[in-house]
Design a protein around this ligand. Structure first.
Ligand SMILES: NC(=O)c1ccc[n+]([C@@H]2O[C@H](COP(=O)([O-])OP(=O)(O)OC[C@H]3O[C@@H](n4cnc5c(N)ncnc54)[C@H](O)[C@@H]3O)[C@@H](O)[C@H]2O)c1
Ligand SMILES: [Zn+2]
Length: 365
């Protein structure tokens, strides 16, 4: 039995998120998109292609008139306009028109790139997501943010473009490396911290099973995270307000990510940024020492780093100020009023950020 959520706009469903333990329900869901006399192009990366492409292709074949495949080399360094250009070329050669469809099979890199290709090819064609990393299943496949990196600037070029379906096969979590799994956990723990204390507690109570990738527990976890993300993006689809809460841990997290030249995984940097932001909340008296210790220990217990060496404050501060989360020159910081309850704060001072940074190992200068 599938678990299902519908993401709505103005009360009307715009796409379903379907959770299954296999790909067996894929045809049934894709058939609802009425593609029988249309083409589908599966966009995936070189790692995922070796694992899941054959089965997904076989299943999608029965849903459409013609299927094609675009595979690009795995890695963030390929989430760029050169790869998008090759995707456009492929679609033109295969004579894709506006009613044909793209399918993103992979992690956040594939989803972002395929979504951006779909948003811009012929002024926009439809696409759906088949996320295969934990990070993509709980976060990047939902909400319609798409984009690519431009030179050294991450996600600098992009568009909002909603998928027509998100189909998650939880079994794909089993082939992820421990590092990739814990990166996804960075976003999962964030969801609990910003919106739902009971969920945060549940994660801690079920840590062993989750780390063993017990499918029932992973399914409940992905469902709860999807529910939180769905509710936030429904209220604020284009990040005018509420959606900013999802950036908890991202202001300093992105700065760390950039200073490390993207050698650390995104979710790990988010975890570090979350610990630092929680520390600022502690300085302000909103969290106790015990609560802050608990937050740091929770990230650690899910195999996320809680400390990073060799980063200088000045570089981090400059990067944080340049971050897209700035609003008219003011850093929009997300703090915790309490565990499970985040808010946007525009009054965070440099000294406070620096203190938060110091608690994850940053130097004072
Ligand atoms: N659009 C959004 O809202 C949003 C949100 C968060 C992150 N992102 C973006 O997502 C990207 C990161 O996503 P990611 O962490 O999924 O990285 P990723 O897509 O690079 O995947 C990580 C690695 O795992 C491999 N992989 C994927 N699925 C696998 C599986 N089931 N088994 C084994 N290996 C597998 C990939 O080939 C890759 O090598 C970043 O580019 C980030 O900017 C976007
Ligand atoms: Zn993130």
């Amino acid at each position: 039995m599938a678990d299902k959520l519908s993401v709505c706009r103005e009360g009307l469903p715009i796409y379903d998120i379907v959770l299954e333990n296999s790909f067996a329900g894929l045809e049934k869901e894709v058939d609802k998109l009425s593609l029988k006399d249309r083409k589908i192009c599966i966009v995936t990366d070189s790692n995922v292609a070796g694992l899941y492409l054959e089965e997904v292709k076989e299943r999608l074949e029965s849903c459409c008139r013609q299927i094609s495949v675009f595979v690009f080399p795995a890695g963030e360094e390929n989430k760029n306009l050169d790869t998008v250009r090759r995707l456009y070329e492929h679609l033109i050669l295969e004579q894709f028109d506006r009613k044909d469809m793209l399918a993103a099979l992979g992690g956040g890199v594939v989803g972002d790139l395929c979504g951006f290709g779909a948003a811009t090819y012929l002024r926009g064609i439809d696409f759906f997501q088949i996320p295969t990393t934990l990070l993509a299943q709980v976060d990047s496949s939902i909400g319609g943010k798409t984009g690519v990196d431009f030179d050294a600037y991450k996600n600098m070029v992009g568009a909002f473009h909603m998928p027509k379906l998100v189909y998650t096969n939880l079994e794909t979590l089993k082939t992820l490396t421990e590092e990739q799994f814990s990166s996804g956990m960075g976003e999962v723990i964030k969801h609990g911290l910003i919106k739902n204390k009971a969920y945060y507690q549940w994660l801690k109570d079920n840590r062993k099973g989750i780390l063993n990738r017990n499918l029932d527990l992973c399914r409940k976890m992905v469902y709860e995270s999807n529910l939180i993300k769905k509710q936030v993006v429904e209220k604020d689809p284009t990040e005018q307000g509420e959606r900013a809460l999802l950036n908890f841990g991202h202001t300093l997290g992105h700065a760390v990510e950039k200073s490390m030249d993207f050698s650390m995984l995104h979710g790990h940097c988010v975890g570090l940024g979350a610990i630092a932001a929680a520390y600022i909340s502690k300085i302000r008296g909103m969290l106790s020492q015990k609560e802050w210790d608990d937050i740091r220990d929770t990230f650690k217990s899910f195999n996320l780093p809680v400390h990073v060496d060799g980063l200088a404050w000045e570089e981090i501060f400059q990067a944080a100020k340049r971050d897209k989360k700035m609003d008219a020159g003011i850093v929009k910081f997300i703090l915790l009023e309490s565990t499970g309850n985040a808010y946007v704060d525009k009054t965070v001072k440099e000294e406070e950020m620096q203190a938060g940074f110091a608690c994850i190992g940053g130097s004072k200068e």
